[in-house]
Design a protein around this ligand. Sequence first.
Ligand SMILES: Cc1cc2nc3c(=O)[nH]c(=O)nc-3n(C[C@H](O)[C@H](O)[C@H](O)COP(=O)(O)OP(=O)(O)OC[C@H]3O[C@@H](n4cnc5c(N)ncnc54)[C@H](O)[C@@H]3O)c2cc1C
Ligand SMILES: Cc1cc2nc3c(=O)[nH]c(=O)nc-3n(C[C@H](O)[C@H](O)[C@H](O)COP(=O)(O)O)c2cc1C
Ligand code: SF4
Length: 665
Amino acid sequence: MKKLFTPIEVGKLKLKNRVVMTAMDLSYTAEGHVTDRVTAFYEERARGGAGLIIVGGCKIDEYSGAQQMMDISDDRFIPGLQRLTGGLHRYNSYVAAQLFHAGKYAHSSEIGRQPIAPSAIASKFTREEPREMTKEDIKRTVENFARAAERAKRAGFDAVEILGNAGYLISEFLSPVTNKRTDEYGGSPEARMKFGIEVTEAVRSALGKDLAVLIRLAGNDFMPGGNTNKESRVFAAELEKHGIDAFNITGGWHETRVPQVPMELPRGGFAYLAKGVKSVVSKPVIACNRINDPLLADKVIRQGSADMVGFARALLADPDMPNKTREGRLDEITLCIGCNQGCLDNSLRHRAVECMVNPRVGREHEVAYKVPATHPKKVMVVGGGPSGLFASKTAALAGHRVTLFEKDEKLGGQLFLAGAVEGRREFRPFMERLARQAEMAGVIIHKNKRVDEGVVKREKPDVVILATGGEPVKLNIPGADRGSVVHAWDVLADKTDLGREVVIIGAGATGVDTALHIAQMGTIDAFTLQFLFDNKAEEVETLWELSNKGTKKVTVIEMQDKVGSGIGLSTRGMKLGMLSRYGVEVKTKITAKEITPEGVVVVEDGKTKLMKCDSVVIAAGVRPAEGPHEKIKQHVSKVVVVGDAKKPQNGYQAIRDGFMAAREI
Ligand SMILES: Cc1cc2nc3c(=O)[nH]c(=O)nc-3n(C[C@H](O)[C@H](O)[C@H](O)COP(=O)(O)OP(=O)(O)OC[C@H]3O[C@@H](n4cnc5c(N)ncnc54)[C@H](O)[C@@H]3O)c2cc1C
Ligand SMILES: Cc1cc2nc3c(=O)[nH]c(=O)nc-3n(C[C@H](O)[C@H](O)[C@H](O)COP(=O)(O)O)c2cc1C
Ligand code: SF4
């Protein structure tokens, strides 16, 4: 680790390291006020070693954003904000407030009025039409930014960050797609920059020279007809002349078709956008998006793509990531896996932000990390899936003597299987590291060891945590036991070969992932794509074909009218888009009645017909695995059933279950 933990100057601030926690609307506030939940959340990140923490977004006025966001639009919010900054300063972290105005992305139902924007162009994100800002609106909004900045100063912040990206107000002015004004604020690139520059100057003048001013810009809007990585450089270079001290460069707009933050985005995939801006400015540049690993972050800085790295979700997953890195405890870090299940999926529903891999997120004020057991017990955990692994790690950290038994060679349970899918690859290293952390905490792991009544009688544990997970639901129709029929789990475990034409029965989360996995068979991998591209071996169109068209013809059928139920809000649309890109045919409201040597007999619109295929894959859901539960209960005073063994849901719930069960031993 050579650069991430070297100091850097941003304006007059001397940051102890280059770890920046970027803004996240947490939805922990009641009517905009800082709560104990907010302060506990941020203090844990400051204690964990982040050099600069950007809190918010903070609404600057009544048009800016949703009810549950932090608010800096009035003096009455200052005492809470002062409590927050005071708490963070105790840990030698600098703290910035993000000044937030959503523009046309604000929802009228949340702000109680029609949103405002440079032009009255309906938002694809909210499906609402904003009102075109008058000159009076523009003047007032610039002043509101300045007043909010001045309040930030009084509340003890060291810096503010102006939100100028993602399709929010300032980026709407910058973009020719959303700015059709014919006055001095629209038309040429210079005119479209005018609003952002006025805001920057007003904020700078409200703060004076001692506080730093950062701006968050889209490295590329990724919007058809919008600003690209060329224009973002021009904006950054211009804004630098007007008092910006650092540039926080992220990806594109919320409504872009280019996925911005899912697991499918390769780690560090947008660092090149920061590199582009860095080539034209002299002030520090922050690279963002899916830089979840401090080693990668260090590399991004060392290679010269950026001066600092922005981590949002990585610090949800592990608030102590900076300190653990500095101390060389890399294996102890829990990396964000980009699933969005606890954070963005909650946030999009205005629910409090949580995290799949860190069940304490949002509960820092009430749930301690480690509670030493008053009476350490002998704990047996049955099952090495996410629930069992998390339970065993938590119990061992509390001081219990823990042994985990897994019947298979591989740990990770269903999440290990899920990790076979290209876009879900983070699940495997996550499971591997969780197992390693459990061992480091003292858990003894036995693989290839199925637990039955006899094992429990021999081991004589005080407590058993049964995390035996789920097993696939078998389809009860004629022909379901034919040789041409396999289960999705067997496909993902690479235990079987498939014919050319494949029908998958069931289009829930597993059916969709399995369809993508099969559709990708025979496509070229990333290295081959790069090789062919670098050597100009094939036309771009051919390369697209080669990476999107495999060797299988895949059809997914579903009884219900919804495909991908169970997939989070932030991810489902992208996955449906991928199915279409890979040429997977999706059919809903179809019921499979029989499997014959020719294919699947289905009923659609009351008509029976044959869907010809070579292989049938069943993805009809999961039920609790049959296990030794009842027999075990006779020999142990306390048996807790967790995860899918209790009720099949998902890895997110399984981890929470394991965590809670271990705490309650
Ligand atoms: C393809 C696929 C994609 C998925 N995608 C997601 C996703 O994106 N997000 C999400 O949150 N969830 C996802 N899930 C669901 C998630 O994987 C499960 O809900 C989760 O793994 C359940 O965890 P668990 O620990 O309770 O059980 P499991 O993961 O089923 O693990 C149970 C473990 O217990 C072992 N075991 C069983 N009986 C015994 C015994 N008697 N002795 C010893 N060991 C035993 C099993 O071998 C297994 O390793 C997906 C599942 C699949 C199949
Ligand atoms: C729950 C959640 C809320 C967010 N809210 C904001 C916000 O208010 N302002 C902002 O600029 N970015 C926001 N972001 C984006 C993050 O700052 C960050 O750019 C993004 O998550 C990608 O970086 P990461 O991979 O390090 O998480 C939010 C992200 C999440 C997950
Ligand atoms: S919920 Fe998933 S994406 Fe969000 S912070 Fe946690 S691991 Fe990362």
